[in-house]
Ligand binder design. Sequence first.
Ligand code: FES
Length: 78
Amino acid sequence: MNDDRLPSVATPLPTELVRLTECEGGPVLVRGARVVVDVQGVTHPVTRPVVALCRCGSSQRLPWCDGVHKRLGKAPHS
Ligand code: FES
């Protein structure tokens, strides 16, 4: 019996680690990810080894941090 809702047995499991580092008062650094899926479900390809995700919500390049949190002195969402 084959259930199409389940991943195929042939589908490889992810073997790479993704590391998250919280920067106090700033973004979360993400190392090792290939994509980031935002809260709307939009998939953003990751093209660099390390990317910074905005936690303050004020970036003009969401989901990426553009550094505006430094000017605003805005505390990131927890
Ligand atoms: S955390 Fe850097 S712009 Fe939002």
